[in-house]
Design a binder for this molecule. Structure first.
Ligand SMILES: [Cu+2]
Length: 630
């Protein structure tokens, strides 16, 4: 049983909070009770960390105190940091002494801090070394059309679709902001097509900065991949670019700009594409389908929290929002009948947040991910998803009542060196007592083995165990930050999660911009980094790429790595074969871990591979590879 659970976790979600041999009953249960111990926590101190302060961790209501014993142990090396405040509240408008430090321009707006998390002493008044940006910052939002909820655009082969990015007015939790939208909608239009169709999309840019559209996960013609500087010029404001998009794979995909994603995507430029297989039995029968885009926004008392204009801010951990959204709404709701099985197509469109979705304890069947179904379906207590990934899951609502959809994770407070259970309600599902019109309980309880997926994978199995053709190391170089911050971070590295579920140090994260932070993909064979890497493959090559995430860097973090234009299998994690095979385009490489990908280099062109944390991409974490035609 233990092995099965552990495998399920690792297989489905690359969830790394489960150490080898650690019993895991149910993460959902665990979250309510106590957080699971961190895996490979910190350098050589795993033993000490594991016992650190789990018993003293806060409940999800935020009550209780940190395990002082563990905290004291953990902070033992921090005597030099004794000036750090413990008591101050979060947001402050004060101009601290940091404002006079070189490069630390004073400003009145400070990053919002979560309740109970103090701002680091000496850092008050500090600000990122960038000018700030919000669209139409001084304009009356009433000038802009109110965005409307997403509509479905069903396109047939040969159709042309107009897609316009523009400024829109959005109201979230009763507050009004100027944001971006595709065709005035949030999320952007849901494009629904049949597999193997080709459509034309005329993209017109009406926002206030250059943009483009990347068709994430779609193995299309390289010219239309939407990557400025690589496949096209950025589309200037007022200009149009015409994309030809061919859909060779069934499943759930998404589109977004490939220019300043940290701003444009965060402000609403994203939409899904559902590609339907011609096989009517491609998925199991269900009572309904729901398409969920998971997102977050950072909002303070004044409104949307501004972005770095000349360089991205929040480049250490990415911009975590403090308002969690499903399809742009803070209170998602679904009504179903008792016994209904609902298929959810889930996409993580947030800049950096990984999610662990629990559907009120109702059983979840994991069906498909980025570019294909799973070879073997599996039941799971929750769905873990990281930026740009997709999961297709089916949930059986067999009991009447109202159930929360929660994000149930293990949070980390870097300042206090404390892990805690964090449970946020994203929405609700109300199950009416009236039974379903049709019962699909039997189909739901049957775990399918998808022979089409097995057949597709068969010819790649011979390569599963070959030595890696390429090896990448993921690491970071941070320079030029204020001395107290650097000192803190060098100690803070003792507290990290293989997956960063929250921002445990928003103030330090905010101040770190792309000017100070360089995230690195390093080719271990050549020592080349990021855009100096120049891999060449032949169309039809099957390439084993071993990616390891340096746990010794200044601030290690899990990276969702995305390869454009191709598909890959995750064949092993830390040398352990992955029993849950499916074609993917994005995979999380947790801190301190190694992931082996088998890349199907099927699609010619010059493509990008990068971390899909928007701020890491802005901080250099991208490379190119070329697939030469046969
Ligand atoms: Cu990253």
């Amino acid at each position: 049983m233990l092995i099965r659970h552990r495998s399920a976790w690792r297989g489905i979600a690359a969830l790394a909070i489960v150490t080898a041999g650690t019993p895991v009953a149910s993460h959902a249960q665990q979250s309510k009770r106590r957080p699971p111990p961190p895996a490979r926590a910190g350098r050589d101190s795993a033993g000490g960390m594991a016992g650190m302060n789990m018993s003293g961790a806060r409940s999800d209501t935020g009550g209780g105190s940190a395990g002082s014993q563990g905290g004291a142990n953990g902070m033992g090396g921090m005597s030099g940091m004794s000036g750090m405040s413990n008591g101050s509240s979060g947001t402050t408008d004060g101009q601290g002494d940091m404002a006079s430090m070189p490069g630390m321009s004073g400003m009145s707006r400070m990053v919002p801090m979560p309740a109970g998390m103090p701002m680091m002493a000496g850092i008050q008044g500090a600000a990122p070394t960038v000018s700030l940006y919000l669209p139409a910052a001084d304009a009356d939002p009433a000038r802009f059309p109110e965005a409307s909820p997403r509509k479905v655009a069903t396109l047939a082969d040969g159709d042309t679709f107009n897609l316009e990015a523009s400024l829109v007015r959005r109201t979230i939790n009763g507050r009004t902001f100027v944001m971006y939208g595709f065709n005035g909608q949030y999320p952007g239009p849901l494009i629904r097509v049949k597999q193997n169709t080709t459509v034309t999309v005329r993209f017109t840019n009406h926002i206030d900065m250059p943009s483009s559209v990347h068709w994430h996960g779609v193995r299309l013609d390289n010219r239309f991949d939407g990557v400025p500087g690589l496949t096209q010029e950025a589309v200037a404001p007022g200009q149009t670019f015409v994309y030809t998009v061919h859909f060779p794979d069934a499943g759930i995909f998404w589109y977004h700009p490939h220019v300043r994603e940290d701003i444009q995507q965060n402000l609403g430029l994203f939409g899904n594409m559902i590609v339907d297989s011609p096989d009517p039995a491609y998925y199991s029968p269900v009572n309904g389908e729901q398409v969920l885009m998971l997102d977050d926004l950072l909002i303070d008392k004044q409104g949307l929290f501004p972005y770095g204009k000349d360089a991205a801010d929040f480049t250490i951990m990415g911009r975590f929002g403090n308002v969690l959204l499903i399809n742009g709404e803070p209170h998602y709701h679904l009504d179903v009948h008792r016994g209904d099985v609902i298929r959810f197509f889930v996409t993580d469109v947030s800049n950096t947040r990984s999610w662990n979705l629990v559907f009120g304890g109702n059983p979840i069947k994991v069906v498909a991910t980025d570019v294909s179904k799973f070879e073997h379906e599996v039941m799971a207590p929750s769905v873990t998803i990281t930026p740009a990934e997709r999961y297709v899951v089916e949930v059986h609502f067999d009991k009447p009542g109202t159930f929360p959809i929660t994000n149930s994770v293990q949070g980390l407070n870097n300042f206090q060196g404390e892990y805690f259970a964090e449970v946020d309600t994203l929405g609700t599902v109300t199950v009416a007592p009236e039974p379903s019109a049709a019962s699909y309980a039997q189909a739901f309880s049957t775990l399918r083995t998808n022979k089409d997926v097995s057949a597709d994978i068969a010819r790649y199995r011979q390569y599963f165990d070959k030595p890696p053709d390429k090896q990448l190391e993921l690491t970071v170089n941070i320079q030029g930050l204020p001395v107290p911050l650097v000192a803190f971070m060098s100690v803070d590295t003792m507290y990290f999660s293989p997956v960063e579920w929250n921002d445990g140090m928003p103030d330090m994260n905010w101040i770190s911009t792309a000017k100070q932070t360089k995230w690195i993909m390093r080719d271990l064979a050549t020592g080349k980094e990021n855009m100096d890497i120049d891999w060449h493959f032949k169309q039809g090559d099957v390439v084993k790429i071993r990616i390891s995430n340096d746990g010794q860097s200044m601030h290690p973090m899990g990276h969702p790595i995305h390869f454009h234009g191709q598909r890959f299998l995750v064949v092993a994690r830390d040398g352990v074969p992955n029993p849950y095979l499916a074609w993917k385009d994005t995979e999380l490489v947790p801190v301190g871990q190694t992931v082996d990908l088998l890349l199907d280099a099927s699609n010619p062109g010059k493509w990008m591979a990068h971390c899909h944390i928007a701020e890491h991409l802005e901080a250099g974490m991208h490379m190119t590879f070329t697939v030469d035609p046969k």
